[in-house]
Design a protein around this ligand. Structure first.
Ligand code: GUN
Length: 298
């Protein structure tokens, strides 16, 4: 029997609806809207699409969106000056600088300049440190979205064997920390891992975040395992799909035959990222304004 499809699009819609209700309540208590500033440097087409969606969904949830589009040749000095201004602006609760940045700008300097209390991406070392020691902070949006889908599907994750494939700062490492905090036994696999199929075969939970189209095969998956596919890869154009089909890091057709449940691409993890960004922004707004809020209610 084929596994269940985990509908991230529907889950994200529900989350955004809860955020909209809580954002309206925040506005009543604080006398202002929660606000998210998004900074885009340059003209990368994929980044432009993401930034447009972020702005649109922020406004749809009843929050204020501040967009700053800077030219490709903006100096690091000018970008840092803008971030300092946003750090000091009481209307801005969250700051997101869209990555990747042009090569002449040092990403780590940029991330380090964002106030940790407005770092809704959860990329600042203070927030990654808080995550690793179990203090409240901000958690990167994509792995937190994956965790929400896993808990929705499985309930308690305690004692489960989890394999995270990929060790990026944005997904792999924070995902491993989140699963460890849920009392999973966590393995982080990567490009140098010996016998990856054998490592994946042990896992009750597989999170694939490597950026290699359809790399994880169904025959690697333990029967009944839950598979979270973070990859978004565009295949070369074919006559049947002239723009090139979007696929994940998991070979969906074979994996769904074995998995207990699996996220599709598109419509799985993707829609969760922006929804969690809005959640983090609303959490930041309550903390910054000193308004009580049950963060687990989202
Ligand atoms: N580029 C791709 N994903 C992300 C993200 O989650 N945050 C930021 N700031 N840039 C990105």
């Amino acid at each position: 029997m084929a596994g269940a499809v985990i509908d991230g699009k529907a889950f994200a819609e529900g989350l955004r609806a809860r955020i909209a209700v809580a954002a309206a309540q925040f506005e009543v208590h604080a006398g202002r809207k929660a606000g998210l500033a998004v900074v885009l440097v340059g003209e990368d087409p994929a980044s432009q699409v993401y930034v447009r969606s972020k702005g649109k969904q922020t406004v749809e949830c009843g929050m204020a969106s501040f967009e700053h589009r800077l030219s490709e040749d903006t100096s690091e000095h000018d970008l840092l000056a803008l971030i300092e201004k946003l750090n000091a602006d009481p209307a801005v609760d969250g700051i997101l600088v869209q990555l990747p940045l042009p090569g002449h700008i040092d990403e780590q300097n940029v991330i380090a300049t964002i106030s940790p209390d407005k770092d809704v991406d959860g990329f600042h070392v203070v927030n990654s440190g808080r995550l690793s020691v179990g203090l409240p902070g901000f958690v990167p949006c994509t792995p937190l979205g994956c965790l929400m889908l896993l808990k929705d599907k499985l309930g308690s994750l305690s004692g489960l064997d989890a394999v995270v494939i990929g060790r990026s700062n944005i997904v792999g490492k924070p995902m491993a920390q989140l699963l460890l905090a849920e009392s999973c036994t966590v393995t982080v696999a990567h490009s140098r891992t010996k016998d990856l199929p054998e490592v994946v075969r042990r896992a009750d939970i597989v999170v694939a975040a490597v950026g290699r189209a359809e790399m994880v095969k169904g025959e690697w998956i333990k029967p009944g395992a839950t598979v979270i596919d973070v990859g978004i890869n565009r295949l070369p154009p074919l006559e049947a799909s002239p723009k090139g089909r979007l696929v994940g890091d998991v070979d969906y057709a074979s994996a769904i035959q074995v998995a207990g449940a699996i996220t599709p691409v598109p419509g799985g993890v993707g829609p969760m990222t922006i929804a969690v960004l809005l959640r983090n922004t609303l959490v930041a707004a309550h903390r910054n304004a000193g308004v009580d809020f049950d963060e687990s209610s989202l």
